[in-house]
Design a protein around this ligand. Sequence first.
Ligand code: ADP
Ligand code: ZN
Length: 708
Amino acid sequence: MPLPEYKDLLLPTLKKHFGYDAFRAQQQAIIEHVLEGNDTLVIMPTGGGKSMCFQVPALLFEGVTLVISPLIALMKDQVDGLKANGISANYFNSSQTAEEQYTILEQVANRNIKLLYVAPESLPGLSNILNDRFISCIAIDEAHCISSWGHDFRPSYQQLGFLKKSIPNIPIIALTATADKATRQDILDQLQIPHAKQFISSFDRKNISLEVRPGTDRVKQIISFIKKRPNQSGIIYCLSRKNTEQLTKKLNSNGIEATAYHAGLNFNERNKVQEDFVYDNTQVVCATVAFGMGIDKSNVRWVIHHNMPKNIEGYYQEIGRGGRDGLNAHALLFHSYSDVIQLRRFALGAANEDVQIAKLERMKQFSEATTCRRKILLSYFGELLEANCGNCDVCKNPPQIFDGTIIAQKILSAVYRLNQQEPIGMVLDVLRGAHNASVLEKGYQNLKTFGIGKDIAWKDWQHFIIQLINQGYCEIAFHKNNALQLTEFSKHVLFNGAKVPLTKPLHIAEPKVAEKAPRKKAKRSKTTTEDTLFERLRKLRYNIAKEEDIPAYLIFSDKTLIEMERVRPMSLMDLMDVSGVGQHKAEVYGDEFIAEITNFLGAKLKKEKKKATHLITYDLYKKGLSIEEISMQRKLKSTTIYSHIAKLHSDGKNINIYDFVSKSEVAEVKKAKSALESPSSLKPYYDYFEEQLDYFKIRLALSVIENA
Ligand code: ADP
Ligand code: ZN
């Protein structure tokens, strides 16, 4: 089929199979380029929508699209996702039996399959079908794995150059989220497609909000952060295996479902943690950086760095695991000098020590920034943002600058009195006048500067010292026990009256409730989520996913559920208008979702109606109408009106209850209540009074007793 005919099919194909109404920036241009038979390189950030760039063409090509992918877990996820959309796809790898593999080859030969995923190692098994009779296109996912300059080099990727040589006339599309220029050209050279057109998207992930906080009491802050987000999946990156385990324990004891993930676990254990997270069985994973590579989970709502990453590449990749569905996600980084010092220690002695330390320095600058963080991040990747982002902590809370000269003088003179021999912690102890063993041992309590900074919190002193370091007024001597030392500039402040601008510390107030709540209550907060339509749909999705044994987000993304909640479709036609609902999913899951929506709305309407009816009675009651009159006017039985009166009274509305039931009757009912041991229905009372006291009086009396 010539391209113009394809062109008209692109949007309908997207809508029919994936349920989306429009292509994202660049997607259409890329897809057209591939369909024209051209080699292509796609550079797009994680979550940008790379898969669509070869999946849509695959549906339009006659033959099979071969997708080279490095990890079995990733392949499985993508194939499950395609199948959930009714697209015929499969993978081919060493975990399958010869028989299974044969069946797949047959599918290819019969053109019964649109996409076939394969790891480079397994390519030889496909030699019989590796020709243009069967294959229409080759997609190479995670293409940076081919370059030893990339951060995730895989030797098995290096042989892929043979593909272009052996089937020169079918297009290759290589895709990666790695931006740097040298790697890009290396990828193309190695794949033998040096002139392939490059499509490079912006690296800005606008939906991820960025925040950095000082690392003091970070565990407490993390607990409170998670409690504010019940049911939201998140990842916490830690520096060491020990960190992950300790943090997991603390979270568990605070009623949060969390598991640890690190290289110390065996293959099966790691798989289990990963799967439980992907399937929404575990809310939080505390992990080392080993976690995440094989994970496509689209509804990770937040990523926390318990410790500072060692470079911006790592940081960006890790926060990129949040918000792949395009909904808002939060990236929170805790910054502490002890992390910087430890990371420096790791870097020392490495072959590329200088590079590592320079990268750490950039990471540190990012953490300490007082200007838009996204600008800093993107400029690191060579992209310039014109305006401030508005979605980082600095943009949201611009730092307030004040004259910090006196504070600076106090810090610098303490450093001076300590003979420039002590690290930040000790300088702070001296300023704050701490009487701890190490202070007393060295006799620092006798220094002139001892205790001159009692009025300022430890955390805030730390914030000020970091700024002095950044402005060059003092420095850390990493080779001398991390001692804080003076610089050339210090003199100007100490002796020449130079003014030092400082920014006020930001005090992040997490709600106190969650932290102070007793254990029991805290536990409950995990499970009690509001009964919203979204929660109902989420549960339905979870149950279906369990039955089908695929991750929940492959059924429908969070974004799609949110739109269902908003639009409330009650028919298949309406449901198909929701973004993310294609024809196949509508047919397979539509009825269940519509039933859930209808039920929810029905119950809600009923509730509202009920609520309204007793309030109407209240209005009439307030106008002075008698029960009989209200009953006549509303065409309702008087017993119904009495039940409204009872409800209004127990709701605390202003009802003269003794107009309807006497004090002695109330006393009698009270006696009956204790004799009957508080029965749960009214019938036992009715029998107790030998049918002589009306139901409505019993109900009213009970209402008086309960509200006494
Ligand atoms: P990447 O591989 O670049 O990390 P994915 O291909 O996994 O990203 O896409 C991320 C998410 O965006 C997926 O949930 C995908 O379905 C969705 N998506 C892709 N293209 C579109 C589009 N045109 N409209 C809406 N959602 C899209
Ligand atoms: Zn910003």
